[in-house]
Design a binder for this molecule. Sequence first.
Ligand code: DLL
Length: 432
Amino acid sequence: MIWNETKECMSRDEMTNLQSARLKKLVDYVYHNVEFYRKKMQAVGLLPSDIRGIEDITKLPFTTKDDLRDNYPFGLFAVPNSEIVRIHASSGTTGKATVVGYTRRDLDIWAECVARCMTMAGIGKDDVIQIAYGYGLFTGGLGAHNGAEKIGATVVPMSTGNSKKLTTMMVDFGATAIACTPSYLLYISEVLQEEGLLDKIKLKSAICGAEPWTEKMREELELRLNITAHDIYGLSEVMGPGVACDCKFHKGLHVCEDHFYPEVLSPETLKPIADGELGELAFTTLTKEGIPLIRYRTKDLTSLTHEKCECGRTSARISRFKGRVDDMLIIRGVNVFPSQIEAALLEVKEVTPHYMMIVDRINNLDTLEIHVELSNEFYTDEIRGLEALTKKISHVINQAIGLSAKVKIVEPQSIKRSEGKAVHVIDNRKLY
Ligand code: DLL
């Protein structure tokens, strides 16, 4: 099923025309309503009339997270606060929060985009969905919530923080769908197993995102829970969850590109690159009123395709995320993404995909230690066998990242579980 055939199945020409018309309107709108953009455009001698269509987008300046921080809290808002009906913020790990504001229409469009994603994930009005993203300033909870209500599903606003209650209610309410981070879903699958509830659940679909995860992890979750798992993407600056999602063919995430124009930029030149090439994703919000953004650099690494999908949707698709530019570790000169470790560990049946990377610098040399958790089934008090297993894991990891790491096998359940975005790296080099 498709939620909005007229928007999700347009021909490329129709989409380009729509995007062009919306971009022209947007540029005029920000020029007259956001001093930051007016000044940026004036600095390069650009007038709204210079933007004649989507092909002129590269004339426009980029926007970064720092721009939002520098204009904290409301400096990039295009409407007076009386028009803002909701505020969200993302704290980030460093610096000031980035604050976003939504008008009533922004919230309607957000719900529409999430409704499209829910439909892609096979969720509809007969489903009971537990929303287990955090509610609050984070966009995950309320964003998924409003979209699920729009499709008419029965929404259970669980939030995070009580996994036992969640699993009990999953059974008692006959929940058929869940929205949460993939790492939290992995944890939930463990709780269900511990409590002997796995064969009592009616779950059939999960809509997971907010953090990078691998295709192998998707398959693992599908297997553990006997569901289909879908990848939903978004970021608070651009809107929240619902910017893109994958359909049942899992061949990339369909972007709601009538609202968010995607570009993939070369990391070297920052120029848009061809379909299929990996680069940094940027978005221009074509319809947002509260805090419209032009060419917002997401720092997320992906590639684009404009080919029609088997599902019938014609919308541009982005490939599963490789990670964030700023999540990439450079260890002894080698680029490493945590998701590579996740994929490698999913090859080894004796361990769980829970892991922690500890990076350090000793005598001017980078070191990498990886804590890997033994699965319950393979846990014994005896040390015997562990040496061979450690060797096996080191080998798999070495093959995956092209770097040798010290592997330490730890007891089951000893790596901290996450209910939101998982933390996989402790980089002690930052302390020096
Ligand atoms: O994480 C919004 C969201 C909530 C998306 C729930 C999906 C589900 P932020 O906290 O602003 O917003 O973080 C945005 O999270 O730039 C990516 O780096 C990462 N991210 C989000 N979804 C995915 C995904 C929400 N499906 C940042 N795959 C983004 C990989 C993702 N990374």
